[in-house]
Ligand binder design. Structure first.
Ligand code: ADP
Ligand code: ADP
Length: 228
C-alpha cells in the first residue's frame, strides 16, 4: 500500500534527513517508526502526503508513484494525526471532527452526522462533547478528537506522528488499547511515529527501527525484541 524505493531527502540547508530508505507497508498493516529524535521519522511520514518532497528515489501509495499525484486528491485518502490533536481552537469538537468531510465537499449535515459517529467511535459522546471547544477537553480527549477527525472521511491510509506523546502514561495506555481495538475493525494502513520502543512494540504489526537517517531493522516486534 505504501512503498519507499531508495528514498532520500536532503533539505535545502544541506541536512540529510533520510538516505537510502526502502521498505513497504501492506494494506491494513500498522507499522511503527521508532528511533531517537532527529533520525528522520517525521520526514519519512511527510513524504507520504507530500508535505515533504523526496530528493531521490520514489514513494508509491496504492501502487502509484505519488510524485505525479495531485496533492489535494492524494491527501483526501490519507488521514493525519499529530501530537496534541492539532485541532482548530476556535471550532467546536464536532466541527473539528467534520473538517475533512467538509473539505471533501460533503454536505454540512452529512459531514456533521459522520463526525458525530466518529466521535462516538473514539469514546466521546457527541451530545456531551460535540459543542465544546478543544481548550475545554483533557489532553486524552483532544487526541481522540484528532483520531476522529483523521478517520471521518474514511481514508485508507493513516499517518500518526507521536499521536499519544503529549498525555500522561495512564491515559496513553488507554489511548493505545482503544486505538488497537479501533484498528482491528477499521483496518487502515497506518504509519505510526514514536520515540518510545515500548509503544512501538505494543502498537506495531511491524517496526521500522531508525538509526540516523535510515532504517536499521524492519521486522515484527518479536524479531526486533529477540535481536541480539
Ligand atoms: P524525527 O522525526 O526522527 O525527529 P525529522 O524527520 O524531524 O526526525 O528530522 C530529520 C533531520 O532533518 C533532523 O536532523 C532535522 O533537524 C532535519 N530537518 C527536519 N526538517 C527540516 C527542515 N525543514 N529543514 C532542514 N532540516 C530539517
Ligand atoms: P482522559 O483520559 O479523557 O484524558 P483525563 O484524566 O485527562 O481524561 O481527564 C478526566 C476528566 O477531566 C475528563 O473527563 C475531562 O472532562 C475533565 N478535564 C480534564 N481536563 C480538563 C480541562 N482542561 N477542562 C475541562 N475538563 C477537563
Amino acid at each position: 500500500m505504501i512503498r519507499f524505493e531508495d528514498v532520500g531527502k536532503v533539505y535545502p540547508d544541506g541536512t540529510t534527513a533520510v538516505d537510502g530508505l526502502s521498505f513497504d507497508v501492506r494494506e491494513g498493516e500498522l507499522v511503527t517508526l521508532v528511533g531517537p529524535s532527529g533520525c528522520g521519522k517525521t520526514t519519512t511520514m511527510m513524504m507520504v502526503n507530500r508535505l515533504v518532497e523526496p530528493t531521490s528515489g520514489r514513494v508509491l501509495v496504492g501502487g502509484e508513484d505519488i510524485a505525479g499525484a495531485d496533492p489535494v486528491r492524494l491527501r483526501r485518502g490519507i488521514g493525519y494525526v499529530i501530537q496534541q490533536g492539532g485541532l482548530f481552537p476556535h471550532r467546536t469538537v464536532l466541527d473539528n471532527a467534520a473538517t475533512v468531510p467538509v473539505l471533501a465537499g460533503w454536505k454540512r449535515a452529512k459531514a456533521r452526522a459522520r463526525a458525530a459517529e466518529l466521535l462516538d467511535l473514539v469514546g466521546l459522546d457527541p451530545g456531551t462533547y460535540g459543542h465544546r471547544y478543544p481548550a475545554q477537553l483533557s489532553g486524552g480527549q483532544r487526541q481522540r478528537v484528532g483520531v476522529a477527525r483523521a478517520l471521518a472521511a474514511d481514508p485508507p491510509v493513516l499517518l500518526m506522528d507521536e499521536p499519544f506523546g503529549a498525555v500522561d502514561p495512564v491515559v496513553r495506555e488507554r489511548l493505545q488499547s482503544e486505538f488497537l481495538a479501533l484498528q482491528a475493525t477499521v483496518r487502515k494502513t497506518v504509519l505510526f511515529v514514536t520515540h518510545d520502543l515500548e509503544e512501538a512494540v505494543r502498537m506495531g504489526d511491524r517496526i521500522a527501527v531508525y538509526g540516523e537517517g535510515r532504517v536499521e531493522q524492519y521486522d515484527t516486534p518479536a524479531a526486533v525484541l529477540g535481536a541480539p
